[in-house]
Design a binder for this molecule. Structure first.
Ligand code: CO
Length: 281
């Protein structure tokens, strides 16, 4: 009704849909233990932040919107995934501890793209940061239909891409493994992220935190960033606000509700993982 992106979660079977509703009614299911949220890496993060460049973010958005659309089953949708994979491979080319892999989905041809920045710690803890690659035109999307999705969600993918560039250029090796994921098929019921989150849960991957960036470059409200309180983790949301207070002191923050599972973080919270979704307006 609200014409928001996503808008619903697709379930492969009726039983799966019922299970999802039961979980939602009973609060979040048990997931990995939450980490401590102390902020202690100012000496490393400060100089990295200074290297983030607006122009690179704009360039990625321009590249992604160069495709007529990025629909999960269209030819340009598939091409755009390959384009992003190549861009990420180029950015990480000089670093052995960073690998870029397409993630093939079972029921459609658009692939998610995953960048893995290997952590130095043996604990196998993983941090996931994501955005969605695909777009949709709600009147119907064929190969030539326009659905550029500059804000929704080339903006989020572009942010991740600039993070990858800075981390690769600096040679920074995180303690925990970081996975940057550009999800396929978000606009058709969070299908790409649901498949990935389920696989991680099945394989007991110790994901200690999930961040979703979906629509981050349009200033449409009084405050700069609104942190969604539903389908997310309260402790991690507080951590996010504290990070902003430490690192981006001029950014103003509010709290808001999306009202439904409005982006890929909901796929992870459904599996019990701690999620956050900072939104532009
Ligand atoms: Co979106």
């Amino acid at each position: 009704e609200l014409r928001h992106c996503g808008g619903f979660m697709y379930h492969i079977t009726e039983a799966d849909g019922h299970l999802s509703m039961e979980r939602a009614a009973g609060g979040t299911s048990a997931g990995p233990a939450r980490p401590g949220y102390a902020i202690t890496n100012q000496a490393i993060v400060g100089p990295l932040l200074e290297q983030m460049q607006e122009k690179n973010i704009a360039d990625t958005i321009e590249g992604l919107t160069g495709f007529a659309n990025r629909y999960y089953s269209s030819a340009p949708g598939i091409e755009s995934s390959n384009w992003l994979k190549r861009k990420w491979i180029e950015l990480a080319a000089s670093r052995d501890h960073i690998s870029i892999e397409p993630y093939a989905h079972a029921r459609y041809d658009q692939r998610s793209v995953i960048a893995t920045i290997a952590g130095t710690d043996k604990s196998a803890e993983v941090v996931v940061m994501g955005a969605h690659l695909d777009t949709i035109n709600l009147l119907g999307t064929k190969d030539t239909t326009k659905a550029p999705g500059a804000d929704d969600d080339a903006s989020g993918v572009a942010g991740l891409t600039e993070v990858l560039r800075v981390l690769a250029a600096s040679g920074y090796k995180p303690r925990r493994t970081i996975r940057l994921i550009a999800y396929a098929a978000e606009e058709v019921g969070l299908r790409g992220s649901q498949e990935i989150a389920r696989e991680y849960k099945k394989n007991a991957v110790n994901v200690v935190g999930v961040l979703q960036l979906d629509m981050t470059n349009f200033k449409g409200s009084a405050k700069d960033i609104y942190i969604f309180t539903d389908y997310t983790d309260e402790g991690q949301n507080g951590f996010l606000e504290n990070l902003l207070k430490v690192y981006l002191t001029t950014v103003t923050v509010g709290y808001e509700k999306c009202g439904y599972g409005c982006s890929d973080h909901a796929s992870w919270s459904a599996q019990g993982y701690a999620t956050s979704m900072p939104f532009e307006a």
